[in-house]
Design a protein around this ligand. Structure first.
Ligand SMILES: Cc1cc2nc3c(=O)[nH]c(=O)nc-3n(C[C@H](O)[C@H](O)[C@H](O)COP(=O)(O)OP(=O)(O)OC[C@H]3O[C@@H](n4cnc5c(N)ncnc54)[C@H](O)[C@@H]3O)c2cc1C
Length: 221
């Protein structure tokens, strides 16, 4: 297998494509272009109900004296966010309470996940804002609501926020992924939504062409 970094694929025609301004040939092409709906097969994206989701994130300064949080944390709002909890019998009551007492958390898909990285920083997220034309500016009130909710279940020796940013992923509402053969030997794999870090390797394994996934051909110029 060979990785070629820093080269945008700008055009695909049959099993030939152009990357970094040069033509290449492949035995199979799998297009995983994430939230870039405009460059490759834009007409396919335009035909689907695929959209984008913007998530606001924060992280603290490193915690002092090697302080470690232990396992990652979440709280009640997370039960409302992930389908995996859909069978929980008390979920409708929880949703009703949140809808009454803090509706903005449902409106902006806010739930709070907390984890610590190797540098001792606490990573905090997230919010969910959907649409094809997402605002480049972050909404500070969303960050504040994340922090307000966090305060109800966790405190840290060093709570100061050092950095804020946002990420964007592709999402097909109601579906966990989009896999489509668009031409002989060419498939699109996209829209893993908020679970792509978790599901991608399983999805790759489950594809009928998995041998080819494992043995992406040596590209020849
Ligand atoms: C803030 C945030 C938090 C998340 N948290 C979690 C989590 O806790 N658990 C979880 O499972 N998932 C999480 N996710 C979701 C996960 O990151 C995504 O589902 C996953 O990254 C999607 O993978 P992908 O390969 O389809 O797209 P991407 O990761 O977006 O990768 C697509 C890549 O293709 C490149 N590309 C696009 N067009 C071209 C082109 N023409 N030529 C060359 N390269 C191109 C892009 O530059 C990009 O590097 C989170 C996402 C965000 C934004």
């Amino acid at each position: 297998m060979r990785f070629q970094f820093g080269q945008a694929v700008t055009h695909i025609e049959g099993l030939h494509f152009w990357a970094g301004g040069k033509p290449w040939a492949a035995k199979q092409i799998v297009v995983c272009s994430g939230a870039d709906f405009e460059t490759l097969f834009p007409e396919k994206f335009a035909q689907k109900p695929i959209t984008k989701c913007k998530l606001q994130m924060m992280r603290t300064l490193p915690q002092p004296d090697g302080w470690r949080m232990g396992p990652s944390l979440c709280a009640g709002l997370t039960l409302l966010h992930y389908e995996a909890f859909a069978d929980c019998p008390t979920l409708p009551l929880l949703r009703q309470r949140i809808a009454t007492q803090m509706p903005q958390y449902l409106q902006w898909g806010i739930h709070v996940l907390v984890s610590q990285n190797g540098m001792g920083e606490i990573i905090l997220g997230d919010t969910h804002e959907y649409g094809l034309h997402l605002d480049p500016f972050d909404k500070e009130y969303l960050n504040q609501w994340v922090l307000d909710y966090l305060e109800q279940f966790a405190q840290f020796p060093q709570p100061l926020i050092a950095e804020r940013w946002h990420g964007v992923y592709a999402k097909w509402p109601g579906q966990s992924a989009w896999v489509e053969t668009v031409a002989p030997g060419i498939s699109l794999v996209n829209a893993l939504g908020g679970a792509g870090m978790t599901l991608s390797f399983g999805l790759a394994e489950s594809q009928p062409e998995k041998k080819s996934y494992h043995n992406i051909p040596q590209f020849t110029k």
